[in-house]
Design a protein around this ligand. Sequence first.
Ligand code: G4P
Length: 525
Amino acid sequence: MTATYKNRRTFAIISHPDAGKTTLTEKLLLSGGAIRAAGQVRARGERRRARSDWMKIEQERGISVSSSVMTFERGGIIYNLLDTPGHEDFSEDTYRTLTAVDAAIMVIDAAKGIETQTRKLFEVCRLRDIPIITFVNKIDREGRDALEILDEVQEALALDVAPMTWPVGMGSDFFGVYDWQKQKFHTSSGDRGGAYARTLEVSGLEDEVLTGFVFDRIMDQLTENVELGEGGYAAFDKESFLEGHLTPVFFGSALRDYGIDDLLDFIAEYAPAPHSQPATGGRLIMPEEDKVTGFVFKVQANMDPKHRDRIAFVRLCSGTFKRGMKLKHVRAGKSIAVSAPIFFFAEEREIAEEAFPGDVIGVPNHGQLRVGDTLTEGEEIHVTGLPAFAPEVLRRVRLGDTMKVKQMRQGLQDLAEEGLVQIFKPDLGSNWIVGVVGMLQLDVVIDRLRNEYGTEIGFETVPYSTARWIECDQPTLNKLIEAHRMSVANDRDDKPVFLFKNSWEIGYVTEKFPTVKFRETREIV
Ligand code: G4P
């Protein structure tokens, strides 16, 4: 096959809410020509919400619940930007989306530095050795000193930082961005503090282009920063970046268009093309292989609640996918014809005729495909590394109308397969228990069961605070169940789970059953 995958860059943006992810996404799409006017990412979201009842929660709470994919082309490079919900209650969805990217942009607010959600998401990237590009946003406002931010990233994340650009002033003294390696000054059309309009070549920090325009005290500070920076931080090193040990840092303002092209140019030149994907049996799927493989990292219900169709987001790992291909759905042992695969562009969706490793295609289906599923041209392998996390909130389902048990169960099963909730069926026949990572997910479950399954449910508290997957042989499991029948349940795949009341109990039971492993995460295969 041709090495077309080499021009794919599949990445996500991670950030704490409000750091500027939406604004940056929009500006990246604008720069890539994928949208024509600012405000469209938000507007698109609004149109979509208006069409769909089940996303009312998104609208009411002003948060983005569902991830999507945005593909655009710039300078011969195909960028696949995978959007992730910023709200921490939906972090599980984000974690899984991160299994489908090859790099990530970490957006930090220049005034706030590293925030809790940024750190959590960063840790997931680190676990997977995903290279991170840091974007320090909002430098057009008063923020912390550049050196202070660089030190914070370095210390808080234990990562080498390599400053790629420097802010020239901030807030009311904001003049632009200085690229000290390429000797370029990105600035406005002439007014101080204006939006990015031009890039000027400079011969160095003494160049009159800079000194004639920028206040002396700002120039002094810039000179000092660049000198201290040169000696005090790592120089950019591609190898180190690709291994996830070093992050290049760009300063910018998404709102005023500073740093956008820097990011895209950098991604084109240095961010990795699609990499290998681990699978069962120690197999590494290489992008250059001829046969198609892919895995589902996200499932989204149809926007129209009357149709139970879903779209499975499949990240291709190898081969050249062609529309109409028959692929083996490994878990079900069945073949499926992918006749209407979808590409997601910023403004529209299009039928995908052909796709390459790194690309994401949407596969409409009636519920057969679920998160973690692998599609191949016949090979019996499962892609690994997609985690299910121990839930932090557990609630027992209370059904309004007992005649609707069937609908409720179907609904919960469907939502579990989408990856929105986890369900636990207690060994002793009481009502199902749902587990989520954040409280907001519970509201989404109530809303969707009402709108899509015509079922009113509520939630009751349970004496359990967390769940752990049980790993042991059958005789030990039998003994464990005998001793703790009330606390053992099965997950949606009938894998045994222990529902713990508190951390003391975890310690107690672990001590009594030393050969049992209680896992916080489970691979979804
Ligand atoms: P998020 O997706 O990470 O949650 O952040 P979002 O882009 O929505 O940005 C959060 C707020 O920060 C928005 O203001 C946005 O305009 C502002 N913002 C983003 N980037 C920059 C920047 O580079 N400079 C400055 N000064 N502000 C920035 P808002 O008032 O909450 O929303 P809006 O009414 O402006 O849309």
